[in-house]
Design a protein around this ligand. Structure first.
Ligand code: MG
Length: 258
């Protein structure tokens, strides 16, 4: 199952509305709490989650939703389900650097078959449709403005993308950069928060994003769908294509490439 035209429109609207609610909270003082896994959560994560889950249930009443902000523990594993991170980059949200996203993915037989990423601050959206990936600016009514098809780009000298919040120590970062330049034949590094990193590769602005350590499936599923449909891949360090529906929804280290 892939969303039809009307459903695709509605998915864009849902992500836009979730983003709008996130921005309302972003612009005022807000507090944060720590979840069981010590990751931060704010009112914005929960408000966006409500909008997305209600919206998905309305359009697709039969498809299960797995979300970072839901209790997913009693769900039976299905072949097809939504995988949602209502606010990816909560740390960036708290730091107010704008690099956070709304993420909606559809998983079928362990593969991400649809993905949508929305950046509320810049009103930019990435999404898949009919096995292609697209980028568009969004107007204030939540409509697409300039839809363009995107493709990954190969280069002789690679452009690397690295996380922002996970490497804050300046000395460590510079050591890491030297190592990465050699290892990946790169001559430039871009740092960014959240799933924007995967969009950079899908859009041909960067080539490689190595991520060492654990991530959650909902952090990368939408970006993975967008990247795959633009010509790229996410593979684990042993060279296997990333699969979804793993134990506790945890990903091992991976490398995303153009
Ligand atoms: Mg999140």
């Amino acid at each position: 199952m892939n969303p039809n035209n009307k459903q695709a429109q509605e998915l864009i609207k849902i992500a836009f509305l979730a983003g709008k609610e996130i921005l309302k909270i972003y612009k005022k003082p807000f507090s944060k709490k720590l979840k069981k896994d010590k990751s931060p959560v704010t009112k914005a994560d929960l408000a966006a989650n409500r909008i997305i889950c209600t919206g998905l249930k309305n359009i697709f009443p039969k498809i299960e939703i797995i979300s970072e902000e839901n209790d997913n523990s009693n769900l039976k594993k299905k072949d097809t389900y939504w995988l949602v991170d209502p606010l990816d980059g909560t740390k960036e949200f708290i730091k107010k650097n704008g690099e956070f996203t709304v993420n909606i993915a559809l998983i079928k037989n362990k593969k991400p078959v649809y993905g949508l990423i929305y950046m509320p601050v810049t009103q930019e959206m990435y999404f898949t449709k009919n096995k292609s990936s697209y980028y568009s600016k969004i107007n204030n009514k939540g409509q697409l403005l300039t839809k363009t098809k995107i493709k990954t780009k190969k280069r002789n000298k690679n452009v690397l993308v690295l996380s922002r919040s996970h490497i804050s120590d300046k000395k460590k970062l510079s050591e890491m950069k030297d190592f990465m330049f050699k290892k990946f034949k790169a001559n430039k590094i871009i740092q960014s928060g959240s799933s924007i990193k995967l969009c950079y590769i899908a859009h041909g602005k960067a080539n490689i994003y190595p991520r060492i350590g654990t991530t959650m499936e909902w952090d990368i599923a939408a970006g993975d769908a967008i990247l795959r449909n633009a010509g790229g891949t996410i593979k684990t360090l042993d060279g296997k294509i990333m699969k979804y529906g793993k134990r506790n929804y945890k990903n091992k280290s991976f490398i995303a490439r153009s």
